[in-house]
Ligand binder design. Structure first.
Ligand SMILES: [Zn+2]
Length: 374
């Protein structure tokens, strides 16, 4: 996802944080220090407000992480793989490598997140009891954690995808109708409905004097809207490409280069005249790897004449490789998730075609024209 930063690997999952988190950190720290904590304890020193607010914001981040890791842990316990996770206030955008599998496991995976948030809320509430009425920073932090985790659980239970409540709705609709794609479309439409509702509520609160609360609600609604719209678009594409396999959309006449030619010959006879910046490398028809202008330019120019392509290419083990029978929408999803625009299509080791975003668009245009003629 664009605008995300990798922060590490947890239980085998590459963890990213969404750039929006920085805005949240600033907005939350500011609203706590200048509004909520001032009302709770008007006599603190000025710096105490800001330090307590920053610690609270960071603990809020840890709470969201715990919520998302609970989903991820159970997802993996159900035997599904998660390649990466992008952390946000809701729907951690877990990039599943395989689509959902049964209504029961969907429901459990969706419910465990809000349960984790409720558990943290209960724990913070109990820990806050000894400090009740003292007006200390301990009371302020624990009190807020109890409140925000309860809010997080309730927000995530709203019935619209990508919120957990939307996943529950999708699973139940799927169970009743038996049509997963239809259920997914309905859940993403409901997600957009929830987002508009939050935005309207936020604007209302803003004008009725609840400045920070209103700002928060508008912000969350706006992010939910873009996430729900993206998810809706994805379900529409999945429906349009239903039963379409890679072989329908691959280019069988893509240019390939032999592994034993020099980089100089590659540039002179392939890249420059054909205006290419990348090509798949073959050895006797078998896929060996991929060479791009970037790898060519890693070698000093005077050595291009005596460096074979095969010596400096990216090996096929490092590439995303498709087979002709694979579902096109699944491969497209993997391409988008990994930011790849060119995928070799291989059958028994032999390169039989190349799938690119251009070849997919060409296929879709061809199909539209065919449908218009019929
Ligand atoms: Zn969740």
């Amino acid at each position: 996802m664009p605008g995300s930063l990798r922060i590490g690997k947890v239980i085998g999952i590459d963890l990213y944080i969404h750039a929006g988190w920085l805005i949240i950190l600033v907005l939350l720290t500011w609203s706590l220090a200048s509004d909520r904590f001032v009302q709770l304890a008007p006599t603190w020193a000025g710096s105490t407000y800001w330090i307590t607010a920053l610690i609270t914001s960071l603990l809020f981040f840890v709470s969201v992480l715990a919520h998302e890791l609970a989903h991820a842990w159970l997802t993996q316990a159900h035997g599904l793989k998660i390649a990466r996770m992008t952390l946000f206030i809701f729907g951690g955008n877990e990039d599943l490598e395989s689509p959902p599998r049964s209504v029961g496991s969907e429901l459990q995976i969706a419910l465990i997140g809000p349960c984790a948030s409720l558990l943290i809320a209960g724990l913070a509430y109990l820990l806050a009891l000894p400090f009740a009425g003292t007006g200390t920073p301990e009371e302020a932090v624990l009190d807020y954690l109890a409140f925000i985790n309860l809010s997080l659980a309730l927000l995530n239970l709203l019935p619209g995808f990508p919120l957990d409540g939307g996943r529950i709705m999708r699973a139940l609709l799927w169970k009743w109708s038996g049509d997963y794609r239809q259920a997914a479309r309905a859940a993403t439409l409901a997600g957009q409905g929830c987002a508009y509702l939050l935005i309207v509520l936020g604007i209302g609160s803003f004008f009725f004097g609840h400045f920070f609360y209103g700002l928060w609600t508008i912000f969350i609604g706006w992010f939910l809207l873009s996430a729900a719209q993206a998810a809706h678009m994805q379900t529409l594409i999945q429906t349009a490409l239903h039963e379409v396999t890679v072989q329908h959309a691959m280019n069988v006449a893509a240019v390939t280069v032999p592994a034993n030619i020099s980089l100089q010959k590659l540039v002179d006879e392939y890249f420059d005249p054909l205006k290419l910046s990348s090509a798949f490398v073959v050895q006797g028809g078998y896929l060996a790897g991929q060479i791009t202008l970037m790898e060519v330019h890693q070698v000093p120019h005077e050595q291009w004449g005596k460096t074979p392509v095969g010596y400096n290419m990216r090996l096929k083990e490092q590439l995303l490789v498709a087979t002709p029978e694979q579902s096109l929408s699944a491969v497209l999803q993997a391409m988008v998730a990994r930011g790849i625009d060119l995928v070799p299509v291989v059958e028994d080791g032999l390169l039989v075609g190349v799938l690119s975003l251009e070849s997919v668009i060409a296929y879709l245009q061809h199909r539209c024209v065919q449908q218009a003629i019929q």
